[in-house]
Design a protein around this ligand. Structure first.
Ligand code: SAM
Length: 292
């Protein structure tokens, strides 16, 4: 009962929007959470206390923002949709620890925002993300992650499975490696489409990314390492060797690469999805030594 009251019912979502003459904006990924148990699981996974600094992305009508404000010290919520702000402001009016910023998260100067609102304190990013820009948001958070300690977000289940994949599985790819290089990935739970209003076509998952202090592998040239990863998965149906050979800027010939693979005990027909992050690091360092 308690949990039901935390979330807005589907009817309440429709009523609040209609009150402002609004409809959910598909183009902004507006599927509002209407399930109290999911809210609770997100907040629990984030392990908040009264000292916690939280950055929320896409607060929408504020259903999650309210729960975060109850448990954290300070919540800064970035919402792009100006028209939804009257509803959001009303729903969080009772909380003095919430600041709303009306901006596009992808255009925000993140280090500046974190510094201005949280100083040097560690920040937890918590969100029910807009799915049309899941990957760019996660990559922005990870690449500008100084100050970010952890990320608990709801995303499409399909993307969550890719982020948490192990080498050798069909979901393993460039995004898996890019994320796992920077963070430890844990799936918290799957979420049915029925938990949202309007009901989306896909299942969702809540995942937790704990930012690593040090990457799991040390590489001589990070730029080269990531170019290699991108190249390896650019043409999924090809072998690693054939896919990578078309990648600009690696600085080695196909023959040299083939020789390197053999030296590392890998066959020339090996595929990108069966290489571990350690093997990518070995190949990257091998290329590095060849070209310097
Ligand atoms: N947090 C609310 C909830 O759980 O019910 C809403 C989540 S809804 C899936 C995603 C939210 O992100 C919407 O409010 C949408 O307007 C907002 N949004 C979409 N694109 C955005 C962007 N580029 N920057 C900030 N917010 C964005």
């Amino acid at each position: 009962m308690m949990m039901k009251e935390r979330a807005f019912s589907k009817q309440s979502v429709r009523r609040q929007l209609a009150g402002e003459g609004l409809k959910p904006k598909k183009g902004l990924g507006q599927n509002f959470l209407t399930d109290g148990s999911v809210l609770l699981d997100i907040v629990e996974a984030a392990e908040l206390d009264e000292e916690s600094c939280v950055l929320e992305i896409g607060p929408g009508m504020g259903v999650l923002t309210r729960e975060l404000a109850k448990c954290a010290g300070k919540v800064v919520a970035v919402e792009i949709d100006t028209t939804i702000l009257p509803i959001l402001e009303k729903n969080v009016a009772e909380f003095s620890n919430v600041t709303i910023i009306n901006q596009d998260i992808l255009k925000v100067d993140l280090p500046l925002l974190l510094q201005e609102h949280f100083g040097n304190r560690p920040v937890k990013v918590i969100a029910n993300l807009p799915y049309y820009i899941t990957t760019p948001i996660i990559m922005k958070l990870l690449e500008e992650s100084k100050g970010i300690a952890s990320i608990v977000v709801m995303i499409q289940r399909e993307v969550a499975d890719r982020l948490a994949a192990e080498a050798g599985s069909k979901d393993f790819g460039a995004i898996t490696l890019s994320v796992q290089y920077r963070a430890d990935v844990r799936k918290v739970r799957d979420v049915s489409p029925e938990c949202f209003e309007p009901v989306p076509k896909v299942w969702s998952s809540v995942i937790e990314l704990s930012i690593r202090e040090n990457p799991p592998v040390q590489v001589e040239d990070e730029g080269l390492f990531f170019r290699l990863i991108k190249g390896a998965f650019a043409q999924r149906r090809k072998t690693f060797l054939n896919s990578v050979s078309g990648t600009a800027g690696l600085g080695v010939t196909k023959e040299e690469l083939k020789e390197l693979l053999l030296q590392l005990g890998l066959g020339e027909s090996v595929r990108g999805e069966s290489l571990s992050i350690e093997q990518f690091a070995q190949i990257s360092d091998g290329i590095c030594r060849k070209i310097v």
